[in-house]
Write a protein that binds this ligand. Structure first.
Ligand code: NAD
Ligand code: ZN
Length: 360
């Protein structure tokens, strides 16, 4: 048996207001005045001049606002890369992604593709990247996905939804400033936060579990409990703790895998474009059979925060639609193997998945 040798984020700063230190953090990374920093920023901030004013622009630095109603696509990465190449003849000093999982994943992918030939879709998979990415910084503004620590960037391509998993994917620097999560809408806060909770449940109840993953997963689950379940925290404590839960949840799955909710929500996402956090919640709500305690607690948290999940997502789908979703979901071998074990195909049948999807 060979063990994976993981890269980790080498530098991280944490604290309320630490975003103000971005200028001094980037300064030593400026190659020269001709090599700009490119800031990819969630377009929700475009109408927030106070926030935009805090982005430390110098020389030819550029902000590109990113719409987030859809999750990242490989051709979107290619377009951004050619736009940046047109903008600057020098290779940029770095890429800074400011936003949720969508923008952080785009920032990672763009940093990789600026030094790799060809199209982003050619690198979807495991360890296909051979060139070091340019310096890239991740700044989450919503907590839960763990994209700030992970070794992947999840992209939808023409043929598949699959990450660029590589040693060059993790950020060189992460800025954890819980104040940046101030404006997150309540429903979205819950959906993205539950992504973290579901990472914990799937990791802690998986067959791949080991002490490394368990130590991070248990910590993240405790923090999620404090934030969503026991909850006597101030707004500030809630923000601080959820940001750290996301970090630990991401670390937990680095050395294990996610499970049934992710495998099935990839099907929803591929066919219907359902977003990651919401899709996971819709699926997880029906997974008592796999995760009885986790789902029971999830339902209580949902009630506590008055969250109504959309219903009837699959009520008007054709036979072909169901086939597509089931194919995508069943293609996620490692997730099923983690969830149910090596012989997962004995119990996870197409009929079973069809019945589950029909409930959603
Ligand atoms: P997101 O980035 O799509 O953002 C969700 C919504 O929240 C958007 O409308 C955005 O504008 C809004 N938002 C974000 N910050 C805000 C703020 N401070 N104030 C107001 N609104 C704000 O959502 P997400 O759940 O963070 O990310 C989902 C994406 O992450 C998916 O594409 C998924 O595939 C990816 N993901 C990646 C990993 C990884 O390891 N790379 C892990 C899990 C999920
Ligand atoms: Zn997830």
């Amino acid at each position: 048996m060979k063990f994976k040798n993981f890269p980790m984020v080498p530098r991280v700063i944490f604290g309320r207001g630490c975003f103000n230190q971005l200028e001094e953090i980037l300064m030593p990374r400026r190659i020269n005045s001709e090599a700009p920093f490119i800031f990819l920023v969630d377009d929700v901030f475009e109408t927030n001049p106070d926030f935009v004013a805090k982005i430390p622009l110098l020389f030819g630095d550029k902000i590109i606002f990113i719409p987030t109603d859809e999750e990242p696509k490989t051709d979107q990465v290619d377009v951004l890369v050619s736009k940046i190449r047109e903008y600057t003849t020098e290779s940029p000093s770095g890429i800074v992604g400011i936003g949720g999982g969508t923008v952080m994943d785009l920032a990672k992918a763009v940093a990789i593709m600026l030094t790799s030939n060809g199209k982003a879709e050619e690198y979807q998979g495991w360890d296909l990247v051979t060139c070091e990415a340019i310096y890239h910084v991740g700044i989450p503004t919503i907590s839960g996905t763990g994209a700030e620590v992970s070794r992947t960037t999840v992209l939808t391509g023409p043929e598949k939804k699959l990450g660029i998993n590589s040693d060059f994917t993790p950020f060189d620097q992460v800025i954890l400033d819980p104040e940046l999560t101030n404006g997150v809408p309540r429903d979205q806060w819950f959906y993205t936060g539950m992504d973290c909770y579901i990472h914990c449940v799937e990791s802690l109840n998986g067959t791949y579990l080991n002490a490394f993953s368990q130590s991070y997963g248990e910590k993240a689950e405790d923090l999620c409990d404090e934030v969503f379940y026991n909850g006597k925290l101030s707004k500030e404590e809630t923000q601080d703790k959820l940001m750290m839960a996301s970090w630990h949840g991401g670390m937990s799955i680095a050395y294990s895998q996610v499970g049934v909710a992710h495998a099935m929500s990839y099907g929803l996402s591929y066919l219907l474009g359902t977003k990651h956090g919401l899709g996971n919640c819709i699926v997880f709500n029906h997974l008592e059979e796999f995760y009885p305690e986790g789902v029971a607690k999830f339902k209580k948290m949902k009630e506590r925060h008055n969250i109504e999940l959309p219903k009837g997502l699959c009520s008007n789908l054709s036979e072909q639609d169901f086939e597509t979703m089931i194919n995508v979901s069943m293609g996620m071998d490692p997730l099923w193997e983690n969830a149910v074990g090596k012989n997962w195909k004995d119990t996870i049948t197409r009929v079973k998945l069809r019945n589950l999807y029909e409930k959603m």
